[in-house]
Design a protein. Structure first.
Ligand code: KQY
Length: 357
């Protein structure tokens, strides 16, 4: 464990607040990113009933974002190339003396020049530093290691879950072995046990982020997407992930309690929606009838609440019941985030928690 005692807390531990970015790029988001901006504003509003929210926005969208966002949400100018604060924002760590630091991983737009999702990502690379400047929080420079926050989940007690498909992908840290990657994660986040899930979801543009497969409910308990339908596109990978979790123990030697969250029908972009996206040679292909991930596990746990995706799917109600069972003492708030799915992620991907000091 780290010499200085800093660890990454579980998302379910108390937050100082939440950080988000503002969607604008028209080769990711359709119709001038307006539907996405409304969805992001709804998510920010839902979280702001539980804890302070800060939305970071490019200069030319400041007035519009300020007007669309509730007045109790802080809006600051920080430039970015796209709006995924989970992956572009700092990973906060804390010690038991009430000190907080931010880890500044290297970012390469989910693969860089080898199947990355856009080019360039120069502004994204400075977002972590700028957030930490605003908060006067010291920064750990981890630019020798490419990692996105969506690729890891921790229990705050020494265990980290990730996928081999993403974190060991040659388009992230080609020159590092699995052991060297493990060392980096253990060093920066104070991890004792890493649980490796082989693959993330099928055709996930992030190369299989773990936050589209499962999340930590609390120490010793995880929730995974689940389907009994062998025809569902993610049936095999979820069955495999479940079996791997069943065979594991965490840093404290505990078997994991596993909740099953029903998988909704996946999202398919329509001809009309696809036509509203700008073409760009360097951008991920979002042509008509492409299928995008929809899963309730890409939720966000905040102080006294959980903000979860909804898709207008019959499974929405069933998922809410599972969340109520997992979190009898938190308010469950559902937000329709189909528009965010079309960008390749969901609520967890567009948020970043800052832990209470
Ligand atoms: N187009 C970029 C999508 C990024 C999704 C982020 C995530 N799953 O944490």
């Amino acid at each position: 464990p780290r010499k200085d005692g800093f660890r990454m807390p579980g998302e379910f531990e108390e937050h100082e607040g939440t950080w988000m970015l503002w969607p604008v790029r028209t080769d990711t988001w359709r119709a001038g990113a307006k539907p996405a901006q409304r969805a992001f504003a709804e998510v920010a509003k839902a979280i702001s009933q539980f804890e302070p929210v800060t939305v970071c926005v490019n200069a030319d969208q400041f007035e519009n974002a300020r007007a669309l966002l509730d007045e109790n949400i802080r809006v600051v100018e920080i430039s970015s190339n796209d709006a995924w604060m989970r992956d572009i924002g700092p990973t906060f760590v804390k010690n038991d003396k009430g000190e907080v630091r931010g880890v500044d991983w290297q970012f390469n737009a989910w693969g860089g020049l080898d199947e990355g999702l856009y080019f360039p990502w120069d502004k994204d690379q400075l977002v972590k530093q700028k957030v930490l400047e605003i908060e006067n929080i010291d920064r750990y420079d981890a630019k020798d290691f490419v990692l996105e926050g969506g690729a890891i989940h921790v229990d705050g007690e020494g265990t980290l879950i990730t996928t081999e498909q993403c974190v060991l992908n040659p388009n992230r840290n080609a020159d590092m072995s699995k052991e060297e990657v493990e060392e980096k994660l253990k060093e920066y986040l104070n991890i004792e046990k890493i649980i490796w899930i082989k693959d993330g979801l099928v055709d996930d543009e992030t190369d299989g982020h773990v936050d589209e497969v499962l999340f930590y409910v609390r120490p010793g308990e995880v929730a995974i997407g689940w389907t009994d339908d062998p025809k569902h596109p993610h049936y095999e990978v979820l069955q495999a992930a479940y079996k791997q979790l069943e065979q594991e123990v965490d840093a404290k030697g505990r078997k994991l309690k596993i909740y099953k969250l029903p998988m909704p029908k996946q999202i398919t972009i329509t001809e009309e929606e696809s036509r509203e996206i700008d073409f760009a040679a360097d951008a991920f292909d979002r042509s008509a009838n492409t299928e995008f991930i929809a899963t309730y596990v890409n939720c966000y746990i905040c102080n006294g609440g959980v903000v979860i995706p909804a898709f207008g799917d019959p499974k929405d109600e069933e998922a809410i019941e599972v969340f109520k069972e997992m979190y009898p003492d938190r308010k469950i708030v559902a937000v329709n985030t189909r528009e965010v799915s079309l960008g390749g992620g969901n609520i967890h991907c567009i948020t970043q928690q800052q832990p209470k000091a």
